[in-house]
Design a protein around this ligand. Sequence first.
Ligand code: TXD
Length: 310
Amino acid sequence: MSKLPKVTVVGAGFVGATTAQRIVEKDLADVVLIDVVEGLPQGKALDMMESAPVEGFKAKVTGTNDYAETKDSEIVVITAGLARKPGMSRDDLLLKNAEIVSGIVTECAKVSPKAVLLVVTNPLDVMTYLAWKKSGFGTKRVLGMAGELDSARYAFFISEEANCAPIEVKAMVLGGHGDQMVPVPKQTTVKGKPITEFLEPARIEAINQRTRDGGAEIVRYLKTGSAFYAPSSATVRMVRAILENRDEIIPSCVYLNGEYGLKDVYCGVPAKLGKGGVKEVVEIPLSADEKSALHASAEHVRENCAKLSV
Ligand code: TXD
């Protein structure tokens, strides 16, 4: 049997476990699923393995609470963290998740010094910046997942409006993963045709707003948790692009060093992903409004980063 690459998924909650499941079902890698809660990753991993005879995948998933087992991972996906609870401020979440992510990155960098870190935990852009700082890794090897999810949501809403298959839509959402994300209609097409050529501006703006509220719409339904099917799909697309050196251009949270006029901040823009993580930050033409919205979104990320002592 050929040897599969090794991917660690930290956090065996909804996003982490579903990410692990998608990776093994596609035979992309052997997965180590790790969590602080004893028994949780072990139980979920065993349950997934018991689906292998039915699903027919060959990849292995193992559950653990010990970072030694994550040694020499090619990619570490970080999904661990708290969701906001009643009475908690955003700053509480920021500080608590920063503590969790810091500890995880320190452990992972020790045992997998060559890994690519793919951050999923919220607040996404700030946690990605923190992971970069804590890891001591180069910027190309630390990135975050959000833009691909936001773009997938945008694409789905447009497919409903245009009455076409979701896969026929190519959508683009930039900026931080928050209320200030920036959908880019001119770069969003149905069967190659920009949506600006056949949808009314008011309809486009309504869909843009639904996209910005996409996460909240799911939370309103679920009440006790947030989205995980589409987030895990988006994460696994990035994992696959990196593992298979696909050079795919995927909206990703990456370090900006002058691109789009932004410096020393992590923010969502299209990036070419392949072996080693980010191969290139791709600059696409933006209108003046889109550019200033991107800057405002990045400024919000920067303000939150300043609240952390990194
Ligand atoms: O677009 C995006 N980036 C996102 C981000 C889309 C969806 C969800 N997004 C965020 O991912 C969400 O706001 C959370 O911050 C994370 C994880 O969401 P999930 O829905 O998976 O949360 P769960 O089900 O509560 O799982 C979190 C797990 C849980 O099992 C904890 O025990 C574990 O994280 N946890 C830890 N594992 C390892 N180490 C430490 N320190 C730790 N602390 C908690």
